[in-house]
Design a protein around this ligand. Sequence first.
Ligand SMILES: Cc1ncc(COP(=O)(O)O)c(C=O)c1O
Length: 405
Amino acid sequence: MNTSGGWKRLESKLAATQERVQSLEWEPARRNSFVAYTVERDSAYAELDGRRLLMMSGYSYLGLAGDERVVAAAKAALDLYGTGNHGVRALAGSIPLHEELEAEVARFAGRERAMVFGSGYAANVGTVAGIVGPGDTVFIDKYDHASIVDGCRLSGATVTRFRHNDVDHLARRLRAADPGGVRLVIVDSVYSMDGDIAPLPELRKVCDEHDALLMVDEAHALGVIGPVGGGIEDHFGPGCEVDIKLGTLSKAIPSMGGWVAGPAALIAHLRYAARPFLFSAALGPAQAAAALEALRILRREPERVAHVQHQAERLRTRLNAAGLRTQNSETAVLPLIAGSDEAAYDLATTCRENGVIGLPVVSPAVPNDLARLRIAVTARHTADDIDAAAEAFVASARACRILPA
Ligand SMILES: Cc1ncc(COP(=O)(O)O)c(C=O)c1O
């Protein structure tokens, strides 16, 4: 590498990252990050080094990633529009597909209007920083996604964290807050690392008592919770609404992109105020078409949602019966707690030897000593897959002494 003074000043940071990776992935068999699995389009399996492995950490909750209708819609859009949109939406980048997709998202979210971003990350950063600024206050759950945290940082608003899913703590924070400015409370509908659900009725009540807006990130809720996969409002039923809904098109919806839905006036504002929307290229035609088709399939085939919920419950029951901890998970995300970062890597490596992919999540993404495998159940998993996975997880946990042998 170039040894100029400029690079020398960066050296210690680059070395620290290398050291951190090496401390967990010291040999090829322990490599768990950036592994290029060849995922089969029509099953829950993936291939690595000539071995067929059961994928238990993918996010395609509805099993639509390889769906031929979704693929056909993407191909048709490629034929019609080509591969890119040549710019930002506000200038030359908009195509009719974006408007159709936004109308479908708004309809699905049950809101007046929606807009789509290049990713869920961009949707969070752009929406938060587009709504609040200096003089305003944002209240975020301790386990909110990093993109919410980054949106808060960009906004310049005062940021206050409350304890995870602790509404009393939020109420105390609201009481102590600056009386002026906009107050925005943001939670994940389903927490990506724990699989638990935000307590919407209590949150709504506290927000109303303190003149605060309530925004939810539906990334792991859309297509997964509620009788028709409608997310957190569908889960809790009528009478309990959020103010601003946001999500991704990269998980249950097997594409790329993010969205926000709300009153027309909010979206009209965000189209000019959300910087990652205004200053970043439009969502590609194939990705927009894939997302649109998948949303339509979700509306027509709610049985996919019931299947995911059923299989997730089956896995949770089996793991808990064997003594494995899955925190307060009640969704398709199941954290399999290993303990230390190294223990999570040991467990992931042993699982892979036993034919199952369960990817480790370590600190600082999760608290120290709560490193885990982040398991996700999808509509591709059959009952046999779930039973095979449970058996492999339990056998691997015993081999790693997370469970008694
Ligand atoms: C809760 C949550 N919000 C937002 C995102 C970002 O979504 P995207 O991958 O589309 O940028 C993620 C991604 O993992 C997530 O888990």
